[in-house]
Design a protein around this ligand. Sequence first.
Ligand code: ZN
Length: 468
Amino acid sequence: MNRFYNTLNQELYPRLPTSFQNLACTLGGWMRYRSRFSAHFHRTLGDWLAHPNRSVDELHELQRSRLDSMLLAARDNVAYYRDLARPSQKKDPVQAMAETLSEIPPLEKRAYRDQPYAFMSRKALRPRLYAAQTSGTTGTALPLWHSPETLAEEYATVWRMRQQVGAGVDDPYLSFAGQMIVPFEQETPPFWRTNYYAGQTLFSIYHMTPKNLRAYVDAVHTAPARYVQGYPSSIHLVARALLEEGRPLPKGKLAGVFTSSESLLAFQRETIEKAFGAPIRDRYGVSEFAVSMTQCDEGRLHVDMEFCIVEVEVAEETEEYETGPLLITGLSHDATPMFRYRIGDVGTRAKKPCPCGRAGDSFLEVDGRIEDYVLTPDGRLVGRMDHVFKEQLEVAEAQILQRDTSEVEVLIVPRDNYNESSQRSVIREIRSRLGGEIGIRIRLVGAIAREPNGKFRAVKSEVGRNAP
Ligand SMILES: [Zn+2]
């Protein structure tokens, strides 16, 4: 089914007239709205909003009871977790969770990738599940499945944060994300499409040349909107254009700007808040829907403790904080449970409570989502190129390197079933984002080197360093 939609998207959509593309975006928006904002979503969000001041003890109790029932269900229904020990009987929830988790070795992405079906619960009804992929932080495609309840709770974490600044589910908005909604060849505005159902204006992040950005500035002023969402790298480019033209949005027009998927850098925050006249609220989430952290007024990322458990493998520690790789356990992730999943990001957890007053775990920062832009011969900065590999299941690992604007070099660690058609598919995906002018050199390699800090970078560009 996914393959069918992909073909539709790649082959048919770009040939439709703009008005039909708007209809397609509207249909997509309707389907997303229906799946996200279900009865379970409203129930969950309603419960969380009704208990805004849960104490840290209450949150730990809640985590413990969810962890125990997930674990018992996994023992019964998930092949990979058949031999898990029973949950700890200790009375204190913090001690109990620590003991329960210490019996489970951390889960590596590789272990999941090698046998994803071994993680699927026998109780999960396949036709109900939403299939997805992630490019992860290692340029590797992973197949994922989510139950409608997981999806609903993921969006409950998103909307608890958004409602705090006054944005509502039915408000109109502008989005800047990775979908290819405007055909690459299009040279004149509109570089956006409309989802009439949700009042969403979807901007292409692949047409942001200095010349085209003028049209974006006009559209940001005229399209109805109460908030903005998307990748900080793309929103930042538009923010800069708004300021350069001396046309920032009037303060208070928007309730907030909601960024995710990449690390939000300090200079981006400043420019974006100034240009859009609204506060930024960043969120750390992952395609696995197994962790959520949402930002408060103080700029800290609070763990949504009803939804997940986050452990830090401490590598560095002071009196104020502890830093290290994150292990995440999604408490709503029932279709393919993962315990202590090593997500590949590094976080710095504060040891003292946040001055904002919200109880529970909070992070000063989460790092690991910084990627470079690729700079094309015609002067466009294109972010999130790691998305190219989202659907490439024949690619084990990949990295895009760029030394000058004329060419990109693509390192690929092939799987056994990698063949010429996989290669064509990779090139097609890259061309659809970067255009026909740039040179693409593919090199098959046995491994891809990590950075000195051990992290993987999917895109490294000397001309498109992540601060444009
Ligand atoms: Zn706070």
